[in-house]
Design a protein around this ligand. Structure first.
Ligand SMILES: [Mn+2]
Length: 420
């Protein structure tokens, strides 16, 4: 059987605020963590060895990463070329320029003609020859209306109508690809997309803006033996009947706190025509740890916080401490004491949330009979939420982007903004 390693969502170069500079290398420790995880995957691919590596998209946080981050990524992937392992690099939303044409950060691999490398930046079927036989891979990069339509075709339509059109067009294009398949060899669909029924890292989420999703039924066709996905950071198989498996391997490192409780890893696949086995393999990634404690009723709030810290294993972890406290208790808690208790952590943040005894009065700016623009409303709201001060700038910027229709934002249960 043909052996494949399927990984996705590397996001190399993100989450630097959770790391620190390593004095020995001058690099952010989170870059080193992400490189280590990727190296683990590539080591595995070479050691087995696999016949093919499929990368499901989102290599970096954006399409123009700094050269040293590009280089760290390339140094790992070139080992696959050296080992004669075919590789498909699919273009995710983070790899595209905002104009939506081409995979800016990944197209260099095609330009350089790296042996055995394919860059999937359009819907196309590639036949790949391996030592164990041939197979074919349909690449389905991140789609936006701009990729499939000209502006006049979508002008005046609602977002929902555009999405409906997009699905119809995609269905036609996929149908075309499927008809051109070689029925004698195994087929994989490699896509960067949000599939219907995909659950995000957190259980409840609010998707706003361009929530373009593709129904699983469109992907799990009988002609396809394995659907390899990227985009969602939590590992999952969307087709419980497993014929074919529709698998997100998830990200290879925790990108933010919304992924605190998720296992991270890659997927090993064995495939021949009409038969597929797959298994999720976990990676030894750095721990994230949230310590949340309400000490507003405690007589000795500092002792209560220290006790909450001691309950968690924080060594080498990325920790955030959030404690609820009344304003008159604040002087009883010494930041230096908390910092000392957290010093075993790799990195930590401390946030005190003030518990107000009084109910908040209604904001005069939002009174009855007044109309207010969405951004102004958000800004007024944020100005009155002391606990959200830190997020204010980020939220306003995200809201502007959303209103301009530029991205998707998910607000997780931890009140975190997560950009997919
Ligand atoms: Mn993505």
């Amino acid at each position: 059987m043909i052996k494949i390693l399927h990984l996705s969502d590397i996001h190399m170069g993100s989450g630097f605020s959770h790391g620190k500079v390593n004095p020995a290398t001058g690099l952010n420790t989170r870059l080193e963590d992400f490189v280590k995880s990727l190296r683990h995957c590539i080591d595995k691919a070479i050691a087995l060895p696999v016949d093919l590596v499929l990368f499901g998209g989102d290599a970096f946080p954006d399409a123009t990463p700094p050269p040293y981050i590009q280089e760290a990524f390339a140094a790992e992937f070139r080992r696959l070329a050296d080992a004669n392992i075919s590789t498909v690099l699919l273009v995710g939303n983070h790899d595209q320029h905002s104009q939506g044409n081409g995979g800016a950060s990944l197209s260099i691999y095609r330009t350089l003609v790296v042996p055995g490398f394919i860059v999937g930046d359009s819907i196309k079927t590639y036949k790949i020859t391996t030592k164990k036989g041939d197979l074919q891979v349909i690449t389905l990069p991140w789609l936006t209306p701009a990729t499939l339509f000209t502006r006049p075709e979508t002008e005046g339509l609602s977002l929902e109508e555009v999405n409906g059109l997009l699905i119809k067009r995609l269905q036609l294009i996929l149908e075309g690809e499927v008809r051109g398949l070689d029925r004698a060899i195994p087929t994989i669909l490699l896509g960067h997309l949000m599939a219907d029924y995909a659950t995000l890292g957190s259980e409840r989420f609010l998707a706003v803006g361009k929530g373009f999703t593709i129904p699983v039924s469109l992907l799990s066709r009988p002609e396809i033996d394995y659907v390899a996905l990227g985009h969602v950071h939590k590992h999952q198989n969307l087709n419980k009947s497993n014929n074919p498996p529709v698998v997100y391997p998830g990200s290879i490192e925790r990108v933010d706190f919304s992924e605190e409780k998720e296992d991270k890893g890659y997927v090993l696949v064995e495939i021949e025509k009409g038969k597929v086995n797959w298994e999720f393999c976990t990676l030894p990634v750095r721990k994230f740890c949230t310590i949340e404690v309400d000490v507003s009723g405690a007589e000795e709030p500092e002792t209560a916080i220290l006790k909450a810290i001691r309950k968690k294993e924080i060594q080498d972890a990325i920790v955030r401490l959030i404690y609820k406290i009344r304003s008159e208790q604040q002087e009883l808690v010494k930041t230096a004491t908390l910092e000392k208790a957290l010093s075993l952590a790799h990195n930590y943040t401390i946030r005190a949330e003030l518990v107000s005894q009084l109910a908040r009065p209604r904001l005069p700016e939002l009174g009855i009979g007044r109309t207010i623009e969405p951004l102004e409303a958000l800004s007024t709201y944020l100005n009155n939420r002391e606990d959200l001060q830190e997020l204010q700038e980020e939220m306003l910027a995200a809201a502007e982007k959303l209103l301009a229709g530029d991205c998707e934002v998910y607000i997780t249960t931890q009140n975190q903004l997560s950009f997919l």
